[in-house]
Ligand binder design. Structure first.
Ligand code: Z5A
Length: 207
């Protein structure tokens, strides 16, 4: 049975350790309470093939061109296999990162050509865009402290310096300024409860 409310893609962005996963957990529960089918997913990843590509991207050294192509390869599979079918049945899809991450990391922080990225986006996705994008904004120093608390191995992205994450942050903020109706910027230095409350108000409007 299809839902009377149309399917929506909501994406979550920000530097590493900004608190996305924490808030996606809460939002997922809130949407399920509202009776919606929720598909929770992530990039890179979200399908068996895209998860294999994720392992390669996060752990192997490669050129920036290869890295960017692999992000789009994983995304193409993810959109066709998971996201579009879910939206077609009326599900709400919560994706931890999407195309804005490629603009922030590969273009903004690493220097990949913005025009080439736009061409790849147009070729793989056409004009497909998220309904809303929640940007978790916080200082890289604060995010680094949070990551230190978390145990476990780091991947090659997490080992970047503060200046790298400052460039990522600025690239995200620049994209948000250019597309204010899609982006919701939250101050990720607030407490988890305060952020959840801001997001709950937003969600009430989306519903
Ligand atoms: N990447 C890319 O370069 N290009 C692309 O196109 C795409 C991705 C799609 C994937 O990382 C990497 O790929 C990513 C960008 C790159 N790398 N970097 N750097 P990932 O998926 O492995 O990791 P992530 O997306 O960055 O998620 P994360 O590290 O798990 O962070 P998070 O989900 O934003 O944070 P969290 O786990 O919810 O919280 C972090 C800690 O802070 C945790 O201990 C919480 O309990 C705590 N926390 C959470 N909220 C708060 C608040 N409000 N106050 C205090 N403490 C808090």
């Amino acid at each position: 049975m299809t839902s009377p409310i149309p399917g929506r893609l909501i994406t979550f962005e920000g530097i590493d350790g900004a608190g996305k996963s924490t808030q996606i957990d809460r939002l997922e529960a809130r949407l399920r309470e509202a009776g919606l089918e929720v598909v929770r997913t992530r990039e890179p990843g979200g399908t068996p093939v895209s998860e294999i590509i994720r392992e390669v991207i996060l752990n192997e050294e490669m050129t920036l061109k290869t890295e960017t192509l692999l992000f789009f390869a994983a995304r193409a599979q993810h959109v066709d296999e998971v996201i579009r079918p879910a939206l077609a049945r009326g599900a709400w899809v919560l994706s931890d990162r999407f195309t804005d991450a490629t603009y922030a990391y590969q273009v903004g922080a690493k220097g990949f050509s913005g025009e080439a990225c736009e061409a790849l986006e147009a070729w793989t996705l056409g004009d497909f865009k998220p309904f809303k994008t929640v940007l978790f904004d916080l200082a890289p120093e604060v995010a680094a402290k949070r990551r230190q608390v978390r145990a476990g191995d780091t991947d090659r992205f997490e080992r970047e310096e503060t200046a790298f994450f400052e460039r990522v942050r600025n690239a995200y903020l620049d994209r948000a300024r250019r597309d204010p109706s899609r982006f919701v910027i939250v101050n990720a230095e607030e407490t988890p409860e305060a952020i959840a409350s801001v997001l709950a108000q937003e969600v009430n409007q989306w519903l």
